[in-house]
Each structure stands twice: as C-alpha cells, then as structure tokens.
Design a protein around this ligand. Sequence first.
Ligand SMILES: NC(=O)c1ccc[n+]([C@@H]2O[C@H](COP(=O)([O-])OP(=O)(O)OC[C@H]3O[C@@H](n4cnc5c(N)ncnc54)[C@H](O)[C@@H]3O)[C@@H](O)[C@H]2O)c1
Length: 402
Amino acid sequence: MTLQNVFDFHMPKVVRTGAGSFLTLAEEVEKFHPEKVGVISDRGLEKAGLVDRLVDSIDQIPDSIVTFTDTQGEPTFKLVGDVVEKMKKEACDLIIGIGGGSALDVAKATAALMDKENITPYLNGKLTIESRTVPSILLPTTSGTGSEVTMNAIFGDEEEQLKRGIVSASLLPDVSIVDPELTISCPPRVTASSGVDAFTHAIESYVAVKANPLTKIYAEKAMKLFGPNIHRAVHNGDKDLKAREGMILVSLFGGISLANAGVGAVHALAYPLGGKYKIEHGVANALLLPYVLEVTGKTCATEMVQIAKFLQLGDYDENTHKALGEVVGYLYELLDQLDLPSSLSELGVEEDSLNLLADQASKVERLLSNTPYNLSKDNIAKIYRNAYHGLPQMRREEVTEC
Ligand SMILES: NC(=O)c1ccc[n+]([C@@H]2O[C@H](COP(=O)([O-])OP(=O)(O)OC[C@H]3O[C@@H](n4cnc5c(N)ncnc54)[C@H](O)[C@@H]3O)[C@@H](O)[C@H]2O)c1
C-alpha cells in the first residue's frame, strides 16, 4: 500500500555545529577506538594547512594515520576505486573526510565500500549500498554541497563524460562536525559558487515533488540566511566569521532538505556540463539556476511569492505573477555581483554541443521527475540555448503571466 503524506527523514547520528567545534574532533575519534585512521582530503586543503591541523589534533589516538590528498577536486569513479583500494590495503577502521563536497563524497563512498569485493555494481547503480564498512566522520570546509548530511555521493564518469550520483542512507556519516572556522580560508570564487550551490539545494528541494513539511522548514531557513550573508562571505570572508557562520548553515540546512526531498532540473542540466566540460558543480548550478527557474517556476507561483519574501525582494501576495520574474532577476544579477560566469559561452561550451547536452540531461530521470514541471528534451535544449547566450528571457521581456 502506498501512503500519501508519509515521509522518512534521514540525518547523520550526530551533527555538531558552531565555531570551534573542530576542537571536539579528538573526543569523537576516541569513541571509536580506532587502530588506523584514514584521512581523505585534497591538495587545496593540504595547502591551506587543514589536513596537518586535523592529523595533529588526533595523532595520539590511533596507532597510525594514513592520508589521501592526491586529488584536485570533482572526483571520478576511478579515483574512488583507487582510494577504496588504498584504505582497504591499509585496513583503516575509521574514515575521516575533510574538505568540500569532492573530498567528503570520496570519504563517504570509501567508508561504505571497503568490505565489498567488487565495487563496480555499487558505483554504476546496479546494487544499492546496504551497510557501511567502517565508521565515518565528516568536516566540511566549503559552504555549499551539504555533503556532510546527504545520502548522495557524486562522481564523474570519464567514459560517458557524465556525472552520476550514488544514493544510500549508508553514506550518512556517524558524526558531522560543521565548524565555520574551517571555511575561513575558502577562496572567494569557491565561496561564491558553492554558496549559490547551497541556495540551489534549498530552492530546488523547496519546490520539489518530494518536498514535505519537515524539509520545507530547513529549505526556508537556508533561503532566509542566504541573502544577508553571501556577499559578505565572498567579499570579506577571511575576516567576517559571522557571515561564514551564516553560510555554513545555509549549506547545512540546504543539505538536510536536499537529502530528504531531493533536487531537480538544475542539477540534471549541470551534470553533463561537469562531465563533458569539467565545469565545477557550483559554477554550473549557479549559472543554470535563473535559466531553469524561469521555466520550471511557472508551475509554482505560490512558492515563488514565498521565496521572494525569504530573499526580502518584496511582498507579491497581490501580484503573484511578478514574483518569479523578481526571483529570476535577483539570481541573475547575483552572478555578476559575485564575479561568477553568466553564460555558457563564457565557460567555453560549444554551441553545437547543446543538443548533445540536452540529450544527456533528459536521461537524468531521477532528478527530472522530482521537478515540478514536465521538461521535454526541447525545453531542456532551449534552456541551454538561453544560458549559452546569457540573460534569461525574463530579463529581456516583461512577463505578464505564469
Ligand atoms: N554529496 C552531495 O550531496 C553533493 C551535493 C552537491 C555537490 N556535490 C559534489 O561536490 C563537489 C563540489 O564540492 P565543493 O563545491 O564543496 O568544492 P570542492 O570540494 O571541489 O572544492 C573546491 C576547491 O576549493 C578548495 N577548498 C575547499 N575548502 C577550502 C578551504 N577551506 N580552504 C582552502 N581551499 C579550500 C578545494 O581544495 C578545491 O580545490 C562536486 O564533485 C559535486 O558533484 C556533492
């Protein structure tokens, strides 16, 4: 029997937030009595000194610590295979991920796959991961993906030139430590793109087919915190800890909502851009958001009125047809204000590849079916064309009806 209006809600066992919460990592590690800890991160984090800081803070606890940092970001399925092999060989009994979504996704998958003989069917979605091999602790250093609380891990498929996600509740960590101080060194461009990515999670999950009353609470709070904090975090992020605190909550709340309600078409259209052109996830989402929303938002006028309020764009209760245009305009202008690209042509995407991209995006059924608008392949191709040229339709013409 399928019951309507019955929802599950998944979270890690512990989510610890607050400036300085990193200092409690050692006591959390101790609880697992590990003999060998595997730390997964990337070169950027190593350069910023965060990997050494983490290792120093726990090095009295296990017999030894193995680190993996030999990656730049936006991981592939092949990389996951290599890291799983390494951590398996070392027989690590606790995995810690520190970094943005890239490092955290590899850490989540590794902790869950170390006891599997052949990991390929789990990575290509033929088998679902039913249990995690070893405990895991995650510490985000960007305010974007919310990976520390999601059931997803996203990787690039080099052969198919696509990005794909694996989804399982077993990917949730035992402990997430969400400390804004770890994001202070995050560079402005990553702060901008991952920040708009977090907003994308909030807005897409708020209007998602699978949205429910609990996820809406988190998505709403994320959207309300976004406006007052994003500019300060991007333009003054090395000094403004309050803005970093605000943004890491946007990311956390957006992630909780995304984990339980899913996201939609923006992500479906971003995957082929990541696969074929290696455009970073946050940059692709930030750019596509106004272009996708101006089409899909037409079916959710009531939500758009609410979202305009969350963003403090005004009260459109009496003029519901205007709210969508205001939200799209705000998001489009944000690209310029945050020094993010505003057209696909700027990012080196070739015009003659737009149909192929539309073909690939139209196959991301998991996300398209969660979008409150039935997007055809032609709709998708049109969205890519608008995004290729820049300036959404709504900024070119006054929209009079939804
Ligand atoms: N699991 C999920 O639910 C989920 C959701 C959305 C996106 N993703 C995936 O996450 C990845 C993107 O993650 P992201 O946007 O967080 O960026 P990222 O992890 O790729 O990091 C981007 C760059 O910023 C650097 N960096 C990160 N934090 C830093 C800090 N504090 N100081 C200095 N440098 C820092 C990294 O070294 C890296 O070079 C993509 O692969 C995307 O597909 C996952």
